[in-house]
Design a protein around this ligand. Sequence first.
Ligand code: AKB
Length: 312
Amino acid sequence: MATEKILVIGSQGQIGLELTQELRTIFGENNVIASDVKLPEIDNGLFEILDVMDKNRLNEVFKKHGVTQVYLLAALLSATAEKNPRFAWDLNMEGLFNVLNAAKEGIIKKVYWPSSIAVFGPTTPKQQTPQYTVMEPNTIYGISKLAGERYCEYYHQKFGVDVRSIRYPGLIGYKSAPGGGTTDYAVHIYHEAIKNKAYTSFLNAETELPMMYMPDALQATIGLMEAAADKVKIRSSYNVAGMSFNPEQIAAAIRKHIPEFKIDYNPDFRQAIADSWPQSINDSFAKEHWGWQPKFNLETMTEDMLNNLKGH
Ligand code: AKB
């Protein structure tokens, strides 16, 4: 079997940092190339400076390393995208086109591209949001992700491109910091609980959102990429679910370990973004098609997060 050469684009971001590590453990250090627009803080393996919007440079990197698979993670998330909508659109779409076109031309064989629960909007059913439902996102991030999903499916159907995608909920991990998302509060709250035993949430107490612990997200991502092609029946993007909670509930889970922890609320512009998203997700297609199964719930994640952050 020919060795896969995997390029992670956006390797310095929240998912990229952890996914690159995990892929290197599975596929070997020399078969996973990290890339980003900025140099890594710690030099720990093959790395290329790469702006995914620069098509020539992208093709140069593909050629240099004989890349067969791409995990395209470079994107602006929901909150940052609202502040810079034009750039968000350009980055989120142009990067995807460049990679899909390389796959169409046969330069690379397989593409992973993350979508998000942000593809849903205020008119979508909020509880147990189905795979197929009303999709009228009202954030630029959500609009770009929905357009991206349509492009992925189009490239698969028209040109046979092997592209796979997941609609991530909010992702929570202790190894890397999130950047620019609406769900980021659920990461910061753990850091502040340990440091200050208090946190001011930018979402109100009742804002329930779908979330997932990073080990589950990595398992979903690599599980989907490694699934046999005929099991991947949805080529737009799969709903996946981990858990759902609101700020009050995560605070209560933290209090089981840090009884003096206090939370207060000061909602900002991210409240409206969160209010437009689902509260829980139905992921029965992912379970049925390629065997997706999450391991963590709010309690087990909280224990693991706090133990690991205390250790740092
Ligand atoms: C965000 O909050 O923007 C992201 C997402 C849900 O895609 N974490």
